[in-house]
Design a protein around this ligand. Structure first.
Ligand code: GDP
Ligand code: MG
Length: 163
């Protein structure tokens, strides 16, 4: 069985875009409608002679005034349970926000290995914007642009180091 990497984060941070890029498919729905990908999607990541793994896309973890939305959380919970590694995606253009903090707290409670990636840093000069996410307490944030295919190789190296 190949290792499983679960993609989690708030809706609209680019999880499905990254999933599609990594798996070279359009199976995951990419849209400007937060929460559109309701079910989990699986894909296999194959790259140049390195160890393959499965990546799982999720509908996103929604933060409400009452905390994390339990309805939306159900699929994510299954994905988290079966994951060997959690790839937590945040939006580098939005900056750090309370939704990210709630998710980070949840992930720390679960205790699975987590890799933090800061998406939507579309220009190489923007990678400094990833630093503020250190405050989430989940280690080194990895700058990324899923739509512009930036930072992918470094991210995959970091994923493979943790698997
Ligand atoms: P999800 O809800 O987390 O799965 O997010 P999606 O993958 O559906 O993406 C939400 C929106 O963000 C879409 O309009 C994407 O085109 C856009 N997006 C995703 N990745 C990037 C990126 O690296 N840079 C920019 N500028 N936009 C992105
Ligand atoms: Mg999605």
């Amino acid at each position: 069985m190949l290792p499983v990497v679960a993609l989690v984060g708030r809706p609209n941070v680019g999880k499905s875009t990254l999933f599609n890029y990594l798996t070279q498919t359009r199976d995951a729905l990419v849209a400007d409608y937060p929460g559109l990908t309701r079910d989990r999607q699986y894909g296999r990541v194959k790259r140049g002679g390195q160890r393959n793994f499965f990546v799982v896309d999720t509908g996103g973890i929604v933060e409400t005034e009452l905390g994390i939305d339990e309805q939306a959380m159900r699929q994510v919970r299954v994905a988290l349970e079966e994951a060997d590694l959690v790839l937590f995606l945040v939006d580098g253009r939005d900056g750090l926000n309370v939704g990210d903090e709630a998710i980070a707290a949840h992930l720390r409670r679960i205790g699975k290995p987590v890799l933090l990636a800061v998406n939507k840093l579309d220009r190489p000069g923007q990678t400094l914007a990833a630093h503020e996410f250190h405050a989430l307490g989940l280690g080194e944030p990895h700058p990324l642009s899923a739509s512009h295919a930036l930072g992918i190789d470094d991210l995959l190296d970091a994923v493979r180091d943790k698997l």
